[in-house]
Design a protein around this ligand. Sequence first.
Ligand SMILES: Cc1cc2nc3c(=O)[nH]c(=O)nc-3n(C[C@H](O)[C@H](O)[C@H](O)COP(=O)(O)O)c2cc1C
Length: 204
Amino acid sequence: MADRDGLFAGDDPFDIARGWLAEAERSEPNDPNAIALATVDADGMPDARMVLLKDIEGQGTDGSFVFYTNYDSAKGRQITATGKAAFVMHWKSLRRQIRVRGHVTRVEGAQADAYYDSRALQSRLGAWASRQSQPLESRAALAAEVAKLGLRYGTRPPRPPFWGGFRVAPVQMEFWADGAFRLHDRFRWNKEASGGWFVERLSP
Ligand SMILES: Cc1cc2nc3c(=O)[nH]c(=O)nc-3n(C[C@H](O)[C@H](O)[C@H](O)COP(=O)(O)O)c2cc1C
């Protein structure tokens, strides 16, 4: 597209996303990799919460976005049932957002183990101890569970079988940047049946 220059230039939406995230890492006060993740439940009722984006993998038409969570959590069950999710990243300091919609698969095995092992011990034990999204009697009950699991696993807990990554492979991405007088720039990338990307400018 002729006028897709500056911030929006390039043929690889994952490179653009990496570039914007790298800028946000320099300007955001915290969690520049936070994304608002949207799912739907069995009744079609939407749900949303923040998670941390841990990887932007691959390139061209084969890239994807990875985050980690509990597979038995509300979001984990919703994604397992639908195989779909959407998310948005918004950076107040840059006045930009990226929207993504796509198909979701699990990140398990060595890749998930490596990320799990890179986390602080208390976080690793916490992943074991927390039955995420289930009612919890008290904070003390959770602390007791963490302590008990610490005794069982020591300093090298294995990755819990119910905890790992999800990989979002986009069918659609949109890059948005603030413009003067609300005349924002928007470019939507749609994955075509042929496998390539079709990019178009959208009205603000
Ligand atoms: C900035 C931020 C980052 C978060 N990152 C994660 C994350 O990476 N993984 C996760 O499971 N929960 C994360 N949470 C907690 C989730 O928002 C949410 O409370 C939890 O995952 C349960 O969601 P669910 O009941 O919809 O499954 C984060 C919360 C905030 C505010």
